[in-house]
Design a protein around this ligand. Structure first.
Ligand SMILES: [Zn+2]
Length: 399
């Protein structure tokens, strides 16, 4: 994904806003149809049927008919794809959920060459063809990669427009040095490598974080619907967007660097999504430690784990291995002994058997690099996962 700042005219912005509203409407319609459906159950509405329903909805609603059919059809196709990913037992992702106005604003256009095109009009300005809006200018901040297939237009919470051209990220050739690296993903440290390197996502600076806390307090005090509240919300949105930009940028650079230096990349199979979902709990049975866990979840998302691994898999296909996370943090990388007491603190590992001392995350990363998939007897796999989650929780709350 290469993202560029989109610079629509006022008239074009109105068209883009409509496209977003239509895409959201169609997506949410599909979510509603699937609400009571579970994997394994037959008779889910199919894409073709939904497509027919879309035609009916367009016949009924003028405002929908006035919009671009390409945009609306694509929203349905995107939903079908998200649903297929959700149902894939090998690689399950989260269930497609409701899109909220002002929060997940965007639409996608596919078919470069037949449906849309892009061109460069000056050194710093490019144009992309958007249905019903025509040529929309964007800031040519870097070269658009060859072979782009589709693009997605989004509006972030700060009200800025972007266009992201989708390509399959360029493959990074293996160095051919036969070296395997393990990556331990944590919250305090975003990623620890078995080489001893500790990588951190550049989040907000101390001053920016203080400003965010101030804004959040001001937001809570501001009267609903007031102009002041709107202004504070916009300023907060700008900070969130900045943080997200830094996270994405970090994942791009770190994944390229890792793929270039190592032949084999081993990561833990943590099923992040499941961890996040379990922390939320349900209405009937709220998750324990919900408040602390909500903080953990923010930490997990902020550290950009999922994105890093996704990029690694795209840039180094076939060179990324997922190993069991069980005991990776309790096992001594020097002698192999497994003992929870060896993990002296969040940061320090002191082996109770051989006396090896090291950074706890790096010790885990070395175990991951070795691919020690210790599967304990008696259904301990789950216990291991729970332990792992508790450690992360401890690292976040500083217990
Ligand atoms: Zn040891």
């Amino acid at each position: 994904m290469s993202r560029y700042r989109l610079l629509p005219s006022l008239a074009q912005e109105a068209v883009l806003r409509n496209h977003c509203a239509h895409a959201r409407y169609v997506w949410n319609l599909a979510v509603e149809q699937y609400q009571h459906w579970r994997p394994g159950r037959a008779s889910a509405p199919r894409y073709l049927e939904q497509s027919r329903q879309l035609t009916e909805a367009r016949a009924e609603h003028d405002w929908l008919r006035a919009g671009s059919q390409t945009v609306q059809q694509q929203a349905l196709r995107d939903f079908a794809q998200a649903m297929a990913a959700f149902c894939d037992p090998g690689n399950p992702t989260g269930r497609p959920s409701w899109r909220k106005a002002g929060r997940n604003e965007g639409f996608r256009i596919v078919g470069h060459g037949s449906q849309w095109d892009l061109r460069r009009v000056s050194r710093k300005v490019g144009q992309v063809w958007v249905p019903k809006a025509g040529w929309v200018r964007f800031r040519w901040s870097r070269a658009v990669p060859a072979g782009v297939k589709s693009y997605r237009v989004t509006m972030d919470r700060a009200g800025r427009w972007h266009v992201a051209f989708a390509t399959i990220p360029a493959l990074v050739p293996a160095p051919g040095n036969g070296v395997a690296v393990g990556i331990d993903r944590g919250v305090a440290v975003s990623a620890a490598l078995s080489t001893g390197e500790l990588l951190r996502v550049p989040g907000l600076s101390g001053r920016e974080a203080a400003r965010r806390r101030r804004l959040e307090r001001r937001f809570a005090r501001a009267r609903r619907g007031s102009g002041r509240r709107k202004r504070v919300k916009l300023a907060l949105g700008r900070l969130w967007a900045r943080e997200a930009d830094r996270r994405k940028d970090w994942a791009e650079k770190a994944s390229t660097d890792i793929a270039r230096r190592f032949d084999l990349i081993r990561v833990e199979d943590l099923q992040i999504k499941n961890m996040i979902r379990s922390a939320k709990g349900t209405v009937e049975e709220p998750g324990r430690n919900v408040r602390a866990k909500a903080g953990l979840n923010r930490g997990i998302l902020r550290s950009g784990w999922g994105l890093l691994v996704r990029r690694l898999e795209q840039k180094a296909p076939g060179r990324v291995e997922k190993v069991s996370p069980v005991f990776t943090s309790q096992r001594c990388s020097a002698c192999g002994q497994v003992d929870a007491k060896s993990r002296e603190s969040q940061a320090r590992f002191v082996c109770t058997a051989c006396g090896y001392v090291g950074n706890a995350d790096v010790n885990a990363a070395i175990n991951i690099a070795a691919g020690h998939a210790v599967t304990a007897r008696g259904g301990c796999r789950d216990a291991g996962l729970v332990n792992r989650e508790l450690q992360l929780l401890a690292s976040f709350t500083g217990l």
